[in-house]
Design a binder for this molecule. Structure first.
Ligand code: ATP
Ligand code: MG
Length: 253
């Protein structure tokens, strides 16, 4: 049985409603979310556009805090953890690569250098990590901007892995990639889960991706959980009629 990594209890998030006429000044983005994310498992977060998928991910490394409810990591309330330690333990990869000007090596060894790891050891880490993400060490001395978007996305992942996270949050990490580069990222996720025991939570709007790599699925609509559970059950015998609509591409946002 996998251990609970994150536990969300009655988590709600509201934001100012930009279309508000004054009668309803806030919009409910997430509404009383109760769920867990299990250690060493890949969970796919799915749902129509605007369902609250990215918002949910942002709560897990405190890019935002919920208005009500509590979130724990290994049993400790996120608010009681040092924010820098939390963000190291819970790494994030975005939809588009987020590299800064400089070489690939400089990008990957940025985190380790910041933690005081000596240059030679940080360079060794970069050399190992570039291979972990399926690229060759020859790329290390190239300017990051000269790589293809698919390669840059893998370097972004290597840079996040350089912080030795326990959890990886990925928000539609393949949406800017061609099918081959997207497949590479999916394989890599499965590999990181199996080899390093990472807990991976990724947002995708493609059920096919979840079917390929996810152990568990969480389907959101209008800020509420429609269904969550083992991926196999979700894809073979979804319990909620809206899950069936979603799988048929008919669930509206
Ligand atoms: N900074 C913000 N201020 C106000 N409302 C926001 C903000 N960011 C997102 N929202 C609203 O919150 C809701 C959920 O947004 P979120 O980005 O979490 O959805 P999503 O499921 O990730 O959608 P997508 O699939 O399009 O990325 C949407 O209605 C969106 O308009
Ligand atoms: Mg989103």
């Amino acid at each position: 049985m996998n251990k609970v990594k994150f536990e969300l209890k009655d988590v709600s998030l509201e934001r100012p409603d930009c279309n508000s006429t004054g009668k309803r000044p806030t919009a409910i983005i997430l509404n009383r979310i109760n769920t867990v994310f299990l250690q060493g498992q890949i969970t796919a977060v799915m749902g129509p556009s605007g369902a609250g998928k990215s918002s949910l991910l942002r709560l897990l490394n405190r890019l935002e805090d919920p208005g009500t409810g509590s979130i724990t990591l290994d049993g400790a309330n996120l608010k009681d953890l040092n924010i820098f330690t939390l963000r190291r333990r819970v790494g994030m990869v975005w939809q588009l690569p987020t590299l800064f000007p400089g070489t690939v090596a400089a990008n990957i060894s940025y985190g380790p250098r910041l933690r005081g790891i000596p240059p030679v050891a940080a360079a060794t880490m970069a050399r190992k990590l570039i291979q972990t993400v399926g690229l060759t060490a020859e790329l290390l001395d190239r300017p990051a901007a000269s790589l293809s978007i698919g390669q840059q996305q893998r370097v972004s992942l290597a840079r996040t892995l350089a912080n030795e996270p326990e959890v990886l949050l990925l928000d539609e990490p393949t949406s800017a990639l061609d099918p081959t580069a997207a497949a590479n990222i999916l394989h890599l996720m499965a590999d990181l889960r199996s080899r390093l025991g990472l807990t991976i939570i990724f947002v995708t709007h493609l059920p096919e991706q979840a079917r390929q790599v996810a152990d568990r699925v969480l389907l959101l609509s209008h800020g509420e959980i429609i269904e969550s559970g083992p991926a196999l059950q979700f894809f073979t015998a979804p319990r909620d009629p809206r899950s069936r609509l979603f799988l048929n591409g008919q669930l509206e946002g």
